[in-house]
Each structure stands twice: as structure tokens, then as C-alpha cells.
Design a binder for this molecule. Structure first.
Ligand SMILES: *Cc1c(COP(=O)(O)O)cnc(C)c1O
Length: 383
């Protein structure tokens, strides 16, 4: 992919959307392919490989190629949302298979695993995957087919050692899949650490502008399991629209600017907030006293992510009131956009959640750090 000895880096490839030049017009921005159907050749063949838009769309394939380049993977798949990407992996298993997932993880997926996937026939155990002894004890060699990780994990930003977990999963005959939404392909490459598949809610950092819902998977090998996932996407129609894929391509061009900016600001805010009188605890893997800091320093490069949480000394009501007093930070769910968001996570997760009720989750955008701190400070002290 380059005219020189050294291959271009993933950020270079993403900045130029792989250097695509439209064959018909020499346009530097790829067109949005909207056709749902394709002309069959006179001799009854489909030589372009395109038959029908549920499996076949050139804009989707271009976006997938960029994600594959970012994860340095042989193949990637885009799906209609992060949840459809995650569920496509689990639905490629067989009823009766045993899976292990983290106790603290993206709440909607945890709910789906515990309720819907169990009803469909998966046997699901949740463990603290950051505790390798607990993970080892949860594995049932031969029966466990998949270990799911999320690191850093929502909303406590717990760090799991991907390489160690991959070794344990593989020794038990299971695949390791990592939800790397928060780390992004810039900070961590799970496939290089032994994971079999990496998943992203592309709604978050990959797109980065809070205007697309999308999910992505990238694989270490194009094996039978990958083929089953791909077939499942097509058969169940868990697909992304071409306009969303186009926006995602556009968003990924600036991934390498947005993510380091969010990381630097999050690190700065985490340090300052650690000394704030209203705050009992700051949860951020970039802080030296975070339980996962040493592992994060090893498996994340260039920063510890743009997500942190704060726990308020004065409890739940004070947390909700603090969020109500922010003006620059927007009270909203989701993460990974250019605008900073604040959320009382307990209110959205509801009963059974491991999230403390005094916790506010912060998604750091690309605004000025002084503006962000000043708004939080006035909200924290304004009671
Ligand atoms: C948002 C999110 C998901 C789900 O993705 P959607 O695109 O909303 O379906 C999964 N995992 C993590 C870590 C997320 O933040």
C-alpha cells in the first residue's frame, strides 16, 4: 500500500481513507453506493461479486477496509450498531455453549447476555475478568467456547490483561473477543495481544461525531467462525446503511487527532479532580493508583483513553445535582464524540447494576481543558 519500503502507518491510511481515488471521476472522496441490486452478466454470472445489497455494498467494504487497516487485521465487518456486532458474535456460537463475560461491562450487552442469550441457550457466567484466578476458575475446558472482555470497562474503567486472558481462554479451547470501543484501535490492538476478534461500537470514537450508530468487528483469522458471523449478519440483515458508512469513513480520517486530544484532557482532568474537595474517588486507568494502571501502561499506547468516572463524597443526590449544574458538559448518554458528556450512570443502568449511585461518567471531548474544568468545578461546588 505504499511506494516505499516501509508500509504506511494505520493513521496515515485512515487519514486518506486508504488513498481511494474514484475510478470514474478521480474524486478523492469515495462515492456513496446506494444501489440495492446489480446487473447480472449475459452468461448468467455475477463477476463483480455483487449480487444484492444486504451482503454487498462497496461503501461498506471501503469502511471495513479502513477498520481492518487500523486493527492490522485481514478482515473487518461493519454492522448496524455495536450491539448488533456483539450479538452477531454470540449468535455464531451454538445453543449449549458456555461463555464467560465481565461482571462490569457495557450494560445493554450484559443484560442481553444474562436474559436473551441465556434464553436462546448460551450458558453465561459473569466474572471479574481483571482477576485472572477468577477467570481461570470460571473456564470449563471443552465447554467454554468464548471469553468476552471489555477493557477499559464501562463505567468503572477496569483493566483486563488481554494477553494473559487470551492465554487462559486458548488453553481452555475458547476464543477471546475484546470490546475495544473505549481503547480505540489507536491505543490498543487486541489482535496483536492474542485476541481472536476485536469489536467496536463505531458509534463512539471511530465515527466520533455523535451522528452515526454502527458496530465493527475485526478478526485475526478468516476461519469458519468468522464465516458464520458474516453469514449471520447477511441472513439476519444486521447491516449498516451506505450513508452511515460514508460518514464513518469521514469520521475515521481524524481519529488520530481526536483520540490523543481526548486522552490528554482526560489525564489532566483526572489529576485535577483527584484533588477536588467534593470528589471521593476518580476512576481513570491513567492515574498511578488505579488498580489496572500497570497493565494499562503496558497494553495501551499513547494514552489511557478519554473516559473517566468520578464518585461524589455527598452521594447520589449530589451527583445528579452536579450533572444538572453543568452547562458545557452535556447531560447525555453515549461517549467518544467531540463534545464532552456527563452522565449519572446509575439512572440509566437501573437495578442490578454494579455502578455505584454516587458515580458520574465523563466522556471527554476535544474542547479546551480549562473550559471543561471550570464548568465541572462550578457544578461540583455550586450546591
Ligand atoms: C455503546 C457501546 C456499545 C454498544 O454500541 P451501540 O453502537 O450503541 O449499539 C458496546 N460496548 C461499548 C463499550 C459501548 O460503549
Amino acid at each position: 500500500m505504499s511506494g516505499q519500503d516501509r508500509p504506511w502507518s494505520p493513521r496515515t491510511l485512515a487519514a486518506q481513507a486508504l488513498g481511494h481515488v474514484d475510478a470514474a471521476t478521480h474524486g478523492l472522496v469515495p462515492p456513496i453506493h446506494v444501489t440495492t441490486t446489480f446487473l447480472r452478466d449475459p452468461d448468467n454470472q455475477y463477476r463483480t461479486g455483487n449480487i444484492y445489497a444486504r451482503p454487498d455494498n462497496a461503501t461498506i467494504r471501503e469502511a471495513e477496509a479502513i477498520i481492518a487497516a487500523l486493527e492490522q487485521a485481514p478482515a473487518a465487518l461493519l454492522l448496524g450498531s455495536g450491539m448488533s456486532a456483539a450479538t452477531a458474535v454470540f449468535l455464531a456460537l451454538q445453543p449449549g455453549d458456555h461463555v464467560v463475560a465481565p461482571t462490569v461491562m457495557y450494560w445493554a450487552l450484559r443484560n442481553w447476555l444474562v436474559a436473551d442469550a441465556a434464553e436462546w441457550g448460551l450458558r453465561v457466567d459473569l466474572v471479574d475478568t481483571s482477576d485472572l484466578d477468577a477467570l481461570r476458575a470460571a473456564l470449563r475446558p471443552g465447554a467454554t467456547k468464548l471469553v468476552w472482555l471489555e477493557t477499559p470497562s464501562n463505567p468503572l474503567w477496569i483493566i483486563t490483561d488481554i494477553r494473559a486472558a487470551a492465554d487462559l481462554a486458548h488453553a481452555a479451547g475458547a476464543r477471546l473477543v475484546v470490546d475495544s470501543t473505549v481503547a480505540t484501535p489507536l491505543l490498543t490492538r487486541p489482535l496483536a495481544l492474542g485476541a481472536d476478534i476485536v469489536m467496536h461500537s463505531a458509534t463512539k470514537y471511530l465515527n466520533g461525531h455523535s451522528d452515526v450508530v454502527a458496530g465493527a468487528l475485526a478478526t485475526a483469522v478468516e476461519d469458519d467462525f468468522w464465516t458464520r458471523i458474516k453469514r449471520g449478519r447477511s441472513m439476519r440483515g444486521q447491516i449498516l446503511g451506505p450513508f452511515e458508512a460514508f460518514l464513518l469513513i469521514r469520521g475515521m480520517r481524524t481519529l488520530a487527532l481526536r483520540v490523543p486530544a481526548a486522552c490528554a484532557t482526560a489525564q489532566d482532568l483526572a489529576l485535577r479532580l483527584s484533588n477536588h474537595a467534593a470528589i471521593a474517588e476518580v476512576l481513570y486507568p491513567g492515574l498511578p493508583d488505579h488498580s489496572g494502571h500497570a497493565i494499562a501502561a503496558r497494553q495501551m499506547q499513547g494514552g489511557f483513553g478519554g473516559m473517566l468516572s468520578i464518585r461524589l463524597r455527598a452521594g447520589e443526590a449530589a451527583a445528579i445535582a452536579t450533572a444538572a449544574r453543568t452547562t458545557l458538559w452535556k447531560r447525555a448518554t453515549s461517549l467518544g464524540g467531540v463534545e464532552s458528556l456527563i452522565e449519572h450512570r446509575g439512572s440509566i443502568e437501573g437495578p442490578g447494576s454494579p455502578c455505584p449511585l454516587d458515580l458520574l461518567r465523563l466522556s471527554v471531548g476535544i474542547e479546551d481543558v480549562e473550559d471543561l474544568y471550570a464548568d465541572l468545578d462550578q457544578a461540583l461546588t455550586g450546591a
